[in-house]
Write a protein that binds this ligand. Structure first.
Ligand SMILES: Cc1cc2nc3c(=O)[nH]c(=O)nc-3n(C[C@H](O)[C@H](O)[C@H](O)COP(=O)(O)OP(=O)(O)OC[C@H]3O[C@@H](n4cnc5c(N)ncnc54)[C@H](O)[C@@H]3O)c2cc1C
Length: 420
């Protein structure tokens, strides 16, 4: 394996860097590489952090093959530059040596609900610009999916500790175990002097299959399992329904925790799987079994009943999938884990802030909800996506929120908080 210096040296410094153009958060990759090569690691770290406060995390868990690495021109004929390795080193160094800059406080209070990637990004941007931030989090610590979803063997938890430390040093007021929308509602915030609210509550509610057997004692939702795998006891035969990234994380965790045989049931074929290729490869290395073209139709006490799915390539080039109910089979299971997507959590009561048909928060392209002063970003707006996309959208929302806060003198908050 090359060293990160050798990797940086391979960068061609393209005039039109395809890596940067395909990075959702527009990381100035050639500039970072140049600074790194010139030994200006603090400057490179500062540039990364200011562009993407979570670069120490995205460098580790971004789907690089879809973003920077996947678009490096060197990849056309040989191996692409693995910029994320340079980014990880520089970003971690920056966090480890972070010094609080001089910040002129402006005394303006903003509430942030949700301490996942979107809420963390917004909190840091606000604090660095002198705003006073209260961060409400339903769980007992920061991170969102970074802590309660992505397994530690993929994302080291010391990174979250460093972020929490930075937030506290920047002066955040952190309210853990506090769900906005239960005891405290959005409506309660404005009379206490908050001038804006940012909602970043993610999509923490697992989708249901809607099949018989789903309430049985040996059936669990993947995101519930991943929250605290140590509290589950799953037996020796574990079947996972669903084949996306969440299913892969649950499978790889179960193999490690339970020393079990883990089988993933995939509705489509191997090539149609949505999970990242490198994650899939590692799942195979770990020993996860796959049954492709299998549709679950019922969960039994000790098995998952499936029918075979048939893939057809149509004349117009499209493909379709159809269940063949004459081909039924059972897959033995001590436990079943369901990983078929997520939606917004039920505990977020947003008053009359408008929702979409899917129950997500309805916002315009700047993250403004139907209520003045209430903004939103991250999965609660887009549905489940990626960390870097949550950061990118949050940055955009922040620019609009700042404009809003700057123009507040001309608004009369009393007028519009009444009916929230
Ligand atoms: C298992 C799993 C693996 C993933 N792997 C990757 C990956 O490898 N790479 C990648 O880029 N993306 C990955 N993702 C997707 C990525 O984690 C999400 O897109 C990202 O976390 C979204 O950030 P968010 O801040 O919008 O939401 P979240 O991370 O969900 O954070 C929302 C936070 O809000 C809190 N909250 C909820 N309701 C309330 C309330 N009413 N009041 C206060 N707080 C509240 C929640 O407790 C949570 O902490 C993965 C997702 C899952 C589930």
């Amino acid at each position: 394996m090359s060293t990160i210096k050798q990797e940086a040296a391979r960068c061609l410094q393209c005039k039109k860097p395809m890596c940067r153009l395909n990075c959702p958060v527009d990381t100035p990759i050639p500039d970072i590489v140049r600074l790194f090569q010139d030994g200006k690691i603090e400057e490179a770290g500062e540039m990364l952090f200011r562009n993407n406060p979570l670069s120490a995390i995205t460098s580790v868990i971004c789907p690089h093959e879809r973003n920077c690495t996947g678009h490096c021109v060197l990849g056309i004929k040989s191996s692409p530059v693995e910029f994320y390795r340079v980014e990880e080193y520089v970003s971690r160094f920056y966090l480890e040596t972070f010094t609080i800059p001089d910040i002129k406080k402006n005394g303006i209070k903003v509430a942030v609900a949700g301490a996942g990637p979107a809420g963390l990004t917004m909190s840091m941007l606000l604090l660095l610009d002198g705003y006073e931030v209260t961060l409400f989090e339903a769980q007992d610590d920061i991170g969102g999916v970074l802590r309660y979803g992505i397994p530690p063997f993929r994302l080291p938890r010391d990174l979250l500790k460093m972020y929490k430390d930075i937030l506290l040093r920047l002066g955040v007021h952190f309210r853990p175990n506090t769900s906005l929308g239960s005891n405290i509602t959005i409506k309660d915030l404005f009379p206490d002097g908050y001038k804006a609210v940012f909602v970043a509550a993610g999509t923490g509610r697992p989708n249901r299959l809607g099949l018989l057997g789903e309430t049985l004692g040996h059936v669990h939702f993947a995101i519930d399992y991943l929250k605290s795998p140590e509290t589950f006891s799953l037996g020796k035969e574990i079947v996972i329904v669903g084949a996306g990234n969440v299913a892969i994380d649950a499978a790889r965790t179960a193999i490690r925790k339970e020393h079990a045989r883990v089988t993933i049931l995939n509705y489509k074929g191997e090539d149609d799987m949505t999970a990242n290729r490198d994650e899939l490869e590692m799942a195979e290395i770990d020993g996860v079994q796959f049954i492709h073209y299998a549709q679950t139709i019922r969960i039994l006490d000790n098995a998952v009943r499936c029918v075979r799915v048939v893939k057809t390539e149509n004349e117009d080039g499209s493909v379709s999938f159809e269940e063949d109910y004459s081909d039924v089979f059972d897959v033995p299971a001590d436990s079943v884990i369901l990983a078929i997507g997520q939606g917004p959590g039920a505990d977020l009561k947003t008053g009359n802030v408008q929702l979409t048909q899917r129950g997500l928060l309805d916002v315009n392209e700047w993250g403004e909800t139907s209520r003045p002063g209430v903004f939103a970003a991250g999965d609660i707006v887009t549905g489940p996506r990626t960390v870097v996309e949550a950061v990118a959208f949050t940055k955009k929302v922040y620019t609009r929120m700042k404009e809003y806060l700057n123009g507040l003198d001309s608004n009369d908050p009393e007028e519009w908080t009444e009916d929230l």
